[in-house]
Structure formats: structure tokens, C-alpha cells
Design a protein around this ligand. Structure first.
Ligand code: FES
Length: 134
């Protein structure tokens, strides 16, 4: 089973496949085949989505510059919520935008979870400027 992350319009990152989510200390918070991660920065249950993006009017449409797809190996994808920073993704993952076009295809990346990156879905360091804590 390949691992996929869907960047939902004005909402979460839905990760499916063989998925492991860890906190910054390395503790496993989730292990399974589908989960929803916060990308607006406002969830009360970070790193998971709790629907707060609707209340706060998170406006990103979930579309990014498309990329070429490459053949990825099998195996789980691990998403680590770094301290006060992005989601560190290791393992094979294809990320598609809300327009169904691939925006990332690889085995290591950092995804924004503060809601402030100008280069969503990727972290651009804005979490430091805005003082994101999680
Ligand atoms: S986590 Fe949002 S810019 Fe880094």
C-alpha cells in the first residue's frame, strides 16, 4: 500500500497508508491506516486536526505547484511533530493537493503545521517568526 497525504482545501492533511505519527520526544501517538493532521496551527489536539480550521476560517485552498511523480519504495511513513515546528516526514509519501495534482513525492520533507508558511504545504521557517508553540 502506498502512502498518500491529501492537502484538504481550507482544512487538514489527511495521511493514509502505513502511517505512524510521533511527538517530538519520539512517542508514538498514532499507528494505523488513516489520520488527519492539523495544518492551520490552531487545533486543540495537535498534531491532529480537531476541526478548528473551520472556526478560525483557515483560508488556504490546498493547492500547490505540481511536481513530477517518482516510483517510491514500500514501507511506512513516519510523521514527527517537531517541537514548535513543522511535521518531519520520513518514508515514502506522495502528497496531493485539493486539485488532485501531486505536490510532493519523496522520502523526506517538512510540512507546515503552524498555518503561516507562504509555501504550503512545506515549512518555510515562518513558525519561528510567528512564535508557534506546540
Ligand atoms: S511549521 Fe509553518 S512555516 Fe514552519
Amino acid at each position: 500500500m502506498s502512502n498518500t497525504c491529501r492537502m484538504n482545501a481550507r482544512g487538514s492533511l489527511m495521511v493514509s497508508g502505513q502511517v505512524v505519527v510521533k511527538n517530538a520526544a519520539g512517542a508514538v501517538l498514532y499507528e494505523g491506516d488513516k489520520t488527519w493532521l492539523c495544518r492551520c496551527g490552531q487545533s486543540g489536539n495537535k498534531p491532529f486536526c480537531d476541526g478548528t480550521h473551520k472556526k478560525v476560517g483557515f483560508a488556504h485552498e490546498g493547492i500547490a505547484a505540481p511536481c513530477a511523480t517518482v516510483e517510491l519504495g514500500a514501507g511506512p511513513v513516519t510523521v514527527t511533530a517537531t517541537a514548535n515546528g513543522p511535521l518531519h516526514v520520513t518514508g515514502p509519501l506522495t502528497l496531493v493537493g485539493a486539485d488532485d495534482k501531486p505536490a510532493y513525492c519523496g522520502t523526506e520533507t517538512w510540512l507546515c503545521r503552524c498555518g503561516q508558511s507562504a509555501n504550503k504545504p512545506f515549512c518555510d521557517g515562518s513558525h519561528k517568526k510567528v512564535g508557534f508553540t506546540a
